[in-house]
Design a protein around this ligand. Structure first.
Ligand code: FPP
Length: 214
């Protein structure tokens, strides 16, 4: 969800407003999820590297998360959206952890998954999965690592979209992206509308996937 800062800067607004508008883009997308038929939408909300940002911005992002869960949880439940959190989220502030645990429990029966990456880094995830695989005694292989990833219970990643014109993965779903289709769009995240997602899915439907075959 890249480009909140630049969206705000273009309008001479504080970065916090860009992040607020970013949350509104999330809300619009979640509301438009049902007709897409997507099994899972994963959003990169806070990376393990985002702690390097000024304290004030980190606080703003954590507060937006608190407010978002509080305000939108009833809607998730009503619309059968199942929340999933990936990343090292258990080490976030205790009140956020408690709030997320409650949200996970309340949405457990949902049919479409909204996965939110919080305190997430792809390299950390792979290292944690390898350590768990090793501790479980089954040896380290593609299968045992995959079985211990945060995303082990999610469908395979088909399409990865990055907004704001940046063309890199920034430590997002590195393992899962092995054969994912990539789409890089110039749209800044706060401007991302459900129509952009529909266009991205149309683009994806035209891709020919060979997984290394021919
Ligand atoms: C990247 O934009 C965005 C983030 C680091 C935070 C994304 C978080 C939200 C949209 C809000 C919280 C999410 C939820 C699910 C409630 P940037 O700040 O790096 O923008 P820039 O590259 O233009 O400076």
């Amino acid at each position: 969800m890249d480009g909140n800062g630049r969206w705000a800067k273009k309008r001479a607004l504080p970065r916090a407003v860009g992040h607020q508008r970013g949350v509104e883009a999330v809300r619009r997308l979640v509301r438009a999820l049902a007709p897409t038929g997507l099994e899972c939408l994963t959003l990169y909300a806070f990376s393990s590297e985002n702690w390097k940002r000024p304290d004030e911005e980190v606080d703003d992002l954590m507060n937006l998360m608190r407010r978002f869960i509080r305000s939108d949880l009833p809607e998730f439940v009503a619309n059968n959206v199942k929340l999933k959190i990936i990343g090292d989220w258990q080490s976030l502030a205790p009140d956020i952890v408690a709030m997320l645990e409650d949200a996970l429990a309340q949405t457990a029966n949902g049919t479409q998954t909204l996965a939110v990456a919080l305190n997430y880094g792809g390299q950390h995830e792979i290292a944690r999965a390898a350590a768990k695989a090793s501790a479980a005694g089954g040896g380290i292989s593609i299968e045992t690592i995959a079985a211990h990833l945060d995303t082990a219970d999610l469908p395979p990643l088909d399409l990865l979209i990055r907004t704001s014109g940046e063309v890199r993965l920034s430590n997002f779903l590195l393992w899962q992206a092995a054969y994912a289709e990539m789409l890089f769009v110039d749209t800044l995240w706060p401007d991302f509308e459900p129509a952009h997602l529909t266009r991205a899915l149309d683009d994806f439907a035209r891709r020919e996937r060979r997984y290394g075959g021919r």
